[in-house]
Design a binder for this molecule. Structure first.
Ligand SMILES: NC(=O)c1ccc[n+]([C@@H]2O[C@H](COP(=O)([O-])OP(=O)(O)OC[C@H]3O[C@@H](n4cnc5c(N)ncnc54)[C@H](O)[C@@H]3O)[C@@H](O)[C@H]2O)c1
Length: 324
């Protein structure tokens, strides 16, 4: 692929080697786009497409200025560690990625006259005091705690996007993404669906932190990619948009669903559900109000938690890496 390629379909995905990014990259390739990935991490998720002539992979950090030859017309800016385990291990890197990386992405969008979509998060609502959360809710976030690097990092990223839109006229979309899960999400990164599936397949205890009453709304990864792509191509530049499932599930309910779905696909000792101390600043309730996405994009998730969990369990069982 050369710098002179058709700009109209050339798309940059930062963080394109991550869990969500790799699904997005495969989806964009499957619809004929030229895709450039900018990522400084492991490329394993892109193994099945890395020989595609329409894919260019640049292994670099978004905290350095973007290579000018990319010249994309669309930028999906996903680069940022999303696993809660990373929040404790590299908070400064996450903050730098959110601030400097987003500043560089917006600067590239300005120079290339590209449209940019920022992958923001439900974490900008913190531990919400309003449920469900509409985009107009300003959140309840602790700026001095273990999740602050990510939550406040994403908030400053949104603020940068706003400032660039106002000051430089950059064409910005902001997706506030709620908990995504699916095949390919590493069991080790601490996100709950895959941690539970991994534990159940290994007949280990499913450990619920807190009472089990905390809730999340889980969306299957293909649904999220569809929503994000629709938002990118929509005329909606007025403000952030929630992209998530509105079906609320408590941690105790999720653990039961996972145990049932694993038992349906694999015979073995059934794991126990055990309870551990609550994690500091872990939000108690998370539920998006997605009426904006329904009205503007005509989008809502269509994969149920049961079906999505079945697909995730099947992937874990089939995966060589997780073979046991
Ligand atoms: N998965 C979810 O449930 C979820 C929910 C809300 C928002 N999001 C957002 O979507 C995006 C992708 O999430 P994910 O689940 O794929 O996360 P992930 O952690 O699986 O992937 C993140 C990717 O970004 C890369 N990256 C991190 N810092 C970088 C840097 N400085 N330079 C270049 N690359 C860098 C990593 O190497 C990795 O490949 C993130 O911005 C996340 O905040 C995800």
């Amino acid at each position: 692929m050369t710098a002179g390629s058709d700009r109209s379909s050339r798309i940059l995905v930062t963080g394109g080697a991550g869990f969500l990014g790799s699904y997005l990259v495969k989806s964009l390739l499957s619809t004929g786009h030229e895709v450039v990935v900018l990522d400084n991490g492991c490329l394993k998720n892109l193994e099945e497409v890395n020989s595609n002539p329409r894919l260019e992979i640049i292994q670099a950090s978004v905290t350095s200025p973007f290579p000018s030859h990319i010249q994309a017309s669309r930028i999906y800016h996903l680069a940022c560690h999303a696993s809660p385990k990373q929040f404790g291990l590299r908070p400064l890197e996450i903050l730098e990625t959110c601030y400097v990386g987003t500043k560089n992405a917006l600067e590239a969008a300005r120079k290339w006259n590209a449209r940019i979509l920022l992958a923001s998060t439900s974490e900008v609502y913190g531990n919400p005091q309003v449920c469900p959360q509409p985009e107009t809710y300003n959140g309840n976030v602790n700026c001095f705690g273990p999740r602050a690097c990510y939550d406040e990092g994403k908030r400053v990223a949104e603020a940068l996007a706003y400032a660039h839109r106002e000051q430089s006229g950059v064409d910005v979309r902001i997706a506030r993404i709620f908990n995504v899960y699916g095949p390919g999400m590493p069991a080790s990164d601490g996100r709950v669906v895959c941690s539970f599936v991994d534990a159940a397949i290994s007949s280990r205890d499913l450990v619920i932190t807190g009472s089990g009453a905390a809730s999340r709304c889980f969306q299957y990864v293909d649904d999220c990619v569809a929503g994000v792509r629709l938002l990118m191509e929509s005329a909606w530049s007025q403000g952030p948009m929630n992209i998530g499932s509105e079906t609320e599930t408590t941690m105790a309910e999720l653990a039961e669903i996972v145990l049932q779905r694993v038992a349906a696909q694999r015979h073995g000792r059934r794991s126990k559900i055990v309870y551990d101390g609550a994690v500091k600043d872990d939000p108690q309730r998370r539920r998006p109000d997605c009426s904006l996405a329904k009205r503007v994009l005509g989008w809502e998730p269509c994969v149920s938690l049961e079906d999505g969990t079945d697909r995730t369990v099947a992937w874990f069982l089939a995966s060589d890496e997780n073979d046991r």
